[in-house]
Design a protein around this ligand. Structure first.
Ligand code: FEO
Ligand code: CA
Ligand code: CA
Ligand code: CA
Length: 648
């Protein structure tokens, strides 16, 4: 009957204890299986992995990349959607010691010229992997070697530029004098996916692969491009003269003359975007959608989708005291554009319709729990009343210039500096948006002055800026080591929203344990996040951690927690209702737990284990070999032994 109350969703597992072992730990009644670890061959008759395998550029180009991060599954048809799909997987960065373990480490990692073959191999270990995976009748998952869907995108793969920056003077290069093409995507961290069936790989710490030893541009200073040597020194490798001789030189963007066409100054301006990939069509290039802004994109998350309304995507800039953005499409959502798995249609043309034209906004969080989306358009008014294009010294119609200088534009509009925005996720029923603010060692006491370094050299090894900012209501803890998660709901007006803190990370023993966490659910540095819709307007919010916070790290490795927001008295995690927040899985030593989605029937939950210390070989290894096993980032499939849905 219409009066019948829906059964509230509840978590049907006991919170597991913290773990500091070299294994993935899951609740009783569940299994965890390693799938597609780094180096798994995708094509050809490549020899299988062995711990002493010498990686080559060619082999790496045909194998699963390194350091798995965001990912998503793309079904090949409706009927088999929970048993077989194309797994799209970001390979964020590399562990040079693991990559070059057989030879004892990388050559000239810190100074001197890198051997070209090593740089090429490292370039090929980055990017995105597409790999078909399937479940056997025994419930074990495997990848399909030689599937036509298997594909690699690396930091050298040719890609298209689209949106306001494409074809502008900012991106004319020797490689693409028209400014329509570039080579490679890099440091793809969190991810996104679209309702029309494409994957979004998001460029996060890309500035670090470039170097500018000369006169700096405003945008490369603001984004933190190194001034002495790129993160891996790829620019020092000599290119193969028989091929494009700028294979490696392109990473050195130092201006060399009056003419941009004679050097590589614009190469870095072809990075910093959301990269759209059609996982179904191997003939299509990836496309960088520049309208969604240029910064260190953590990910790209779809907002509430409604017919006849714009399509919305959210993205955080993961650096200390950087901002949260949303993109609102000019086109209204037409359900006829929804993905039809297996059907042959032009998904990237639909991508162009929704992602190349629209308005980019940045968020200001006000003290009263309301907020405003500030448009990043040439005519917008800055905090001191100027037009944004004037304040940036741009022509009145130069949206490309605003995109290139997204971060400076956001400063001028008065956006709120956040505690390192990482993943977001949206409850598709309510439209509530959750976002992790992982931590911020540069958040200062109330009343202190904000500082901006604007010095590319002033970044740490993660590429995270050293600007400081005093606490504000949305980022209320100075030196926020444990992080928190905020939530907002859009207003009826596209420019307004209402926000609140959903949960504060903490150690159980912390004095400032605002959500009342205990040993059963203490966590810090939330990073991955996924609202797992279970229908009836209910769902599980999954929280993954990337934790360097001592009070928690001494009790447990990085972990995966679950909470049903709808089951919480008061709606947010408080000391009174914190028992609904439960620890579901713990990763092996040294890793972070990231990347998450489930099959449509919710019987298999996929997560990624990134930068483990020795795992997965260590899980089977003897005590003596622990500590010296070559580690491999990997996907892990978690299933219930009885085949039922995860967690409920
Ligand atoms: Fe690559 Fe912000 O984590
Ligand atoms: Ca992350
Ligand atoms: Ca992180
Ligand atoms: Ca990471």
């Amino acid at each position: 009957s219409t009066n019948q109350k829906k059964t509230p969703l509840s978590l049907a597992f006991e919170s597991i204890a913290g773990s500091r072992t070299d294994a993935v730990v899951v609740p009783e009644g569940y299994t965890a299986q390693v799938l597609v670890p780094w180096g798994t061959p995708l094509a050809g008759e490549a020899t299988d992995w062995s711990g002493d395998l010498a990686m080559t550029a060619e082999r790496q180009a045909q194998s699963v990349g390194m350091h798995h991060d965001g990912m998503h599954g793309f079904p090949l048809d409706e009927e088999s959607a929970s048993r077989r799909f194309v797994l799209a997987l970001n390979n964020e960065y590399i562990d040079q010691q693991a990559l070059w373990a057989p030879q004892g480490g990388p050559t000239n990692a810190e100074e001197g010229a890198r051997p070209a073959e090593e740089s090429r191999t490292e370039i090929n270990a980055h990017g995105v992997t597409l790999v078909e995976v399937k479940r056997g009748d025994d419930g074990r998952w495997s990848h399909v070697q030689d599937s036509p869907y298997n594909r690699r995108f690396t930091s050298a793969t040719e890609m298209e530029l689209a949106g306001p920056v494409a074809g502008s003077d900012y991106v004319r290069t020797k490689f693409s004098p028209e400014g329509l093409l570039t080579r490679g995507t890099n440091n793809n961290c969190g991810n996104g996916f679209t309702p029309w069936g494409t994957y979004l790989a998001c460029e996060e710490n890309w500035p670090n692969i470039f170097v500018n030893t000369g006169e700096r541009f405003a945008d490369d200073a603001r984004i933190g491009i190194p001034t002495e040597r790129g993160r891996y020194g790829w620019e020092t490798s000599a290119g193969d003269p028989s091929e494009q001789n700028d294979e490696f030189a392109r990473f050195d963007i130092t201006p060399r003359g009056a003419d941009a066409g004679q050097d590589y100054r614009n190469e870095a301006r072809t990075f910093g975007y959301q990269v759209e990939i059609d996982p179904y069509d191997g003939s299509r290039r990836a496309v960088k959608r520049t309208a969604l802004g240029r910064f260190r994109h953590e990910g790209c998350w779809l907002g509430k989708l409604e017919p006849g309304k714009p399509v919305v995507f959210y993205s955080g800039h993961d650096a200390r005291n950087e901002y949260i953005y949303k993109f609102v499409s000019a086109a209204a959502w037409d359900p006829a554009d929804a993905n039809r798995p297996g059907a042959n249609f032009d998904r990237l043309a639909i991508g162009a319709k929704y992602l190349d034209e629209g308005t980019l906004y940045v968020a200001r969080f006000d003290a009263d729990g309301s907020g405003e989306w500030l448009p990043l358009t040439p005519q917008a008014r800055t905090t001191d009343g100027r037009r944004l294009h004037q304040a940036l010294g741009l022509a009145a119609d130069d949206q490309a210039g605003i995109i290139i200088n997204t971060c400076d534009a956001a400063d001028l509009m008065g956006a709120t500096p956040m505690d390192r925005p990482e993943w977001a996720s949206v409850d598709p029923a309510s439209g509530d948006v959750y976002i992790t603010l992982t931590n911020n060692s540069k958040r200062t006491e109330a009343g202190s002055e904000a500082t901006y370094t604007n010095e590319g050299g002033a970044i740490d090894e993660l590429g995270v800026g050293f600007a400081t900012a005093p606490i504000n209501e949305a980022n209320p803890r100075p030196d926020n080591g444990a992080g928190h998660i905020i939530r907002w709901r859009e207003g009826s007006d596209e420019m307004r929203f209402a926000w609140e803190v959903f949960v504060f990370g903490a150690a159980a023993t912390d004095g400032d344990n605002r959500s009342g966490l205990t040993e059963a659910n203490q966590f810090a540095s939330p990073d991955g996040l996924w609202f797992d819709d279970r229908g009836d307007g209910q769902g599980i919010l999954w929280i993954q951690t990337d934790n360097g916070y001592e009070g928690v790290a001494e009790h447990t490795n990085d972990q995966l927690l679950a909470v049903v927001p709808g089951a919480l008295e008061g709606g947010v995690v408080t000391p009174e209702n914190q028992q609904h927040l439960k620890r579901f899985a713990v990763g092996p030593n040294g890793c972070e737990v990231t990347g998450i989605f489930a099959t449509p029937d919710k019987t298999a939950l996929f997560i990624n284990i990134q930068h483990p210390g020795n795992w997965p070989a260590s899980e089977d290894a003897t005590r003596e070999t622990q500590g010296s096993v070559r580690p491999r980032a990997s996907t892990v499939v978690i299933q219930r032994q009885d085949g039922g849905p995860i967690a409920v």
